[in-house]
Design a protein around this ligand. Structure first.
Ligand SMILES: Cc1ncc(COP(=O)(O)O)c(C=O)c1O
Length: 431
């Protein structure tokens, strides 16, 4: 059976049995076309599909694998813990061990609560903020993603006083009535919104660095001003560090921007590739959670020992190796290689690099700071580029809106090989 046929067979079976063929929508490749790839093995910077084809990976499971695939320290910790039993639904010493690593390195984390997904972490932190302030409204920013809890599935409002109107089927308008999505990089609108509604706002939720609609790096002055305005009006700052936590250095975006968030969320890196996330923050707030306080949140599989073991091994390895310079070097080397290839291929190309996060956009001019800068033409070009990249042996995230990640396993030789392969893909897009 040829490889293409084998993938088709897997996909046929998946679409017959799974909703949309997938466990999470973007994996169906609708944004880039072609049949999805079934990845079954990973090693360092490489992944292998079900038919044995090898790719250099730039998606890295959407961000958790900062140490690369199947890092021996992490796999050993998982295997040793799993061998003793998968889950007990009781207290486990690894909970405090991982919490200690978080509390010792992240200035906003005084106490921690583990969850299974980032969605749960942000949703629960908002519940806590609402109780703590006695207010209901939540301010978020257009183009940012905080998981799929109902309250965040509001249509990106058009600015001042635009409260959520649900944009999502199945989400009643009432659920998002108190969510306001304001434009990024627009302090005047934030100020005007707080002037009108400031005493009703429970929290401002902000991604450490917006990285779910391209990499929309904000002016640090904007980020700090949002924090100041929120606090001046008695609202909490909930910094969503699901992507940036332990990726922009151990202190995440909190330390990068010198912020003092009241609550912070983690996911991805702290679970090292296992289903684990957390919310954390000021002790007085975290003590409002049940059982010490009245705010309820729970989970059968919360604090899974195997996931905690992966998290502890990942953070301990990261902290002892401190590979931040290497990661920045790798992503910058990759990005400049792509800029050169785009120039030779005659295709418009811009983008951003921040630490180990890389994002390229097929457009001219400076990189956008708001999601509306991602044009239909750039999206269509990315779809062709994605398919060409696969043919040339590079696995990119299957959407123009998603960022790429490099890991400690992406050394110079691998980055140069990636650049060469993506250069060929760029030529195909340009042709
Ligand atoms: C910033 C941010 N917050 C929350 C989430 C939701 O996390 P999860 O997919 O684990 O539910 C994501 C997921 O990509 C994210 O990037």
């Amino acid at each position: 059976m040829n490889m293409r046929q084998e993938t088709r067979d897997h996909w046929k079976e998946a679409t017959a049995l799974l909703a949309g063929g997938v466990s999470s929508p973007v994996r169906a490749f609708h944004a880039v076309g072609g049949d999805p790839v079934f990845l079954v093995e990973g090693d360092g910077a490489h992944v292998r599909d079900a038919s044995g084809r090898d790719y250099i990976d730039l998606s890295m499971a959407w961000g958790p694998l900062v140490l690369g695939h199947a890092r021996p320290e992490v796999i050993k910790a998982v295997q040793e813990t799993a061998a003793k039993g998968l889950h007990f639904g009781a207290c486990h010493p690894l909970e405090a061990r991982l919490a200690r690593l978080i509390v010792d390195h992240h200035s906003a984390a005084e106490k921690v609560r583990f969850t299974t997904s980032g969605t749960e972490a942000v949703m629960s932190a908002v519940r806590l903020a609402r109780h703590a302030t006695g207010r209901n409204k939540v301010v978020a920013f257009q183009g940012c993603y905080h998981g799929h809890a109902d309250l965040f599935l509001a249509a990106g409002g058009s600015g001042l006083a635009t409260f959520g109107l649900s944009g999502a089927p199945g989400v009643p308008d009432g659920t998002v009535d108190d969510t306001a999505f304001l434009p990024l990089d627009d302090l005047a609108t934030v100020r005007a919104f707080f002037d009108a509604h400031g005493d009703e706002v429970a929290c401002v939720v902000m991604e450490g660095v917006p990285a779910n609609n391209g990499l929309l790096v904000q002016d640090p002055a904007f980020v700090r001003a949002v924090e100041r305005i929120a606090h001046r009006h008695g609202a909490l700052l909930l910094l969503d560090e699901v992507i940036t936590g332990f990726r922009l250095g151990p202190g995440g975006a909190t330390s990068y921007y010198g912020l003092k968030p009241d609550l912070v969320t983690f996911g991805k890196v702290i679970g090292g590739g296992m289903p684990l996330a957390a919310y954390a923050g000021r002790s007085d707030l975290m003590d409002l959670l049940a059982p010490t306080g009245p705010v309820y949140q729970a989970g059968t599989l919360s604090g899974s020992p195997v996931a905690l073991a992966a998290g502890v091994a990942t953070l301990e390895t990261l902290l002892s190796e401190a590979p931040w310079d290497h990661l920045s070097h790798a992503s910058s080397r990759l990005f400049s290689g792509l800029v050169n290839s785009a120039e030779s291929a005659g295709v418009p190309f811009t983008g951003q690099v921040m630490d180990s996060i890389v994002w390229g956009l097929f457009a001219d001019g400076p990189p956008p700071v708001r999601p509306d800068g991602i044009t239909a033409d750039a999206v269509a070009r990315y779809a062709r580029f994605h398919q060409a990249a696969l043919r040339n042996g590079v696995y990119l995230p299957p959407s123009a809106h998603e960022v790429s990640f490099v890991s400690t396993a992406h050394d110079d030789a691998i980055i140069d090989e990636t650049t060469e392969r993506l250069g060929r893909a760029m030529d195909e897009v340009g042709a």
